[in-house]
Design a binder for this molecule. Structure first.
Ligand code: CO
Length: 177
C-alpha cells in the first residue's frame, strides 16, 4: 500500500532513525509499503523516514531496460534491495552524479560522493550481508543512508546553489498553495 511521502522542509526529515530490532511481519509490511510508495513515485530509492517511519531502513531498485511503461515492470519487486541497519565498512575515491529525491520532488543537482563503498547490513530476515559497489548503487546507497541520519542531498550543495534552490523552492511552494 502506497503511503504519503514527507516533503522538504518537513522537520521529520531531519530525524535520526533508530535501528530495527524486530524482523517480523510488521517490518515486512513496512518494506512492502515502501516498495509501493517508491515505485508509484517513480523513485529508485526510498528511506523509511520519507514515509515518516524513523527506522534505519532503505530500499533501492534500479530500473531494468524494458519497453513497458508500467513502473512495476521497470522495477520488478524481486529486484528490490532491502537494506536494514547499514554500516559503512569502507569508503574510497570520489565521484559526482546528478541526484534527485522523492522528498524534494522535481529538483536535480550534482553532488559529490564516495566512488566506492563497502557496507554491512541486514536483510528482512535479520541476516547479515556484506555489499560492495563502485557504480550507481554506491551513490544511491550513500544518498539513502544520509536520510537515516537526517541528511538530504541538498545539504551537500555549494552555498550559492543552496541559496538558489531555497529561493526557487519557496516560489514553487507559494504557487502550489
Ligand atoms: Co532521498
Amino acid at each position: 500500500m502506497k503511503r504519503d511521502i514527507v516533503i522538504y522542509p518537513d522537520k521529520r526529515l531531519k530525524q535520526h532513525s533508530k535501528p530495527v530490532e524486530r524482523f517480523d511481519a510488521e517490518l515486512h509490511r513496512l518494506l512492502d509499503d515502501m516498495y509501493d510508495t517508491m515505485v508509484e513515485g517513480n523513485g529508485v530509492g526510498l528511506a523509511a523516514i520519507q514515509i515518516a517511519v524513523p527506522l534505519r531502513i532503505l530500499i533501492i531498485n534500479v530500473p531494468v531496460e524494458t519497453d513497458s511503461e508500467d513502473p512495476r515492470v521497470q522495477q520488478p519487486k524481486e529486484n528490490t534491495l532491502e537494506v536494514i541497519n547499514p554500516v559503512i565498512l569502507e569508503a574510497d575515491g570520489k565521484t559526482r552524479y546528478q541526484e534527485g529525491c522523492l522528498s524534494v520532488p522535481g529538483y536535480f543537482e550534482e553532488v559529490e560522493r564516495f566512488k566506492k563503498i563497502k557496507i554491512e547490513y541486514q536483510n528482512r530476515h535479520g541476516e547479515k550481508i556484506i555489499l560492495e559497489d563502485d557504480d550507481f548503487l554506491a551513490i544511491a546507497l550513500q544518498h539513502e543512508m544520509d536520510h537515516l541520519d537526517g541528511r538530504l542531498f541538498i545539504e551537500k550543495l555549494s552555498i550559492l546553489k543552496r541559496k538558489k534552490f531555497e529561493k526557487e523552492w519557496k516560489k514553487r511552494q507559494k504557487k502550489n498553495l
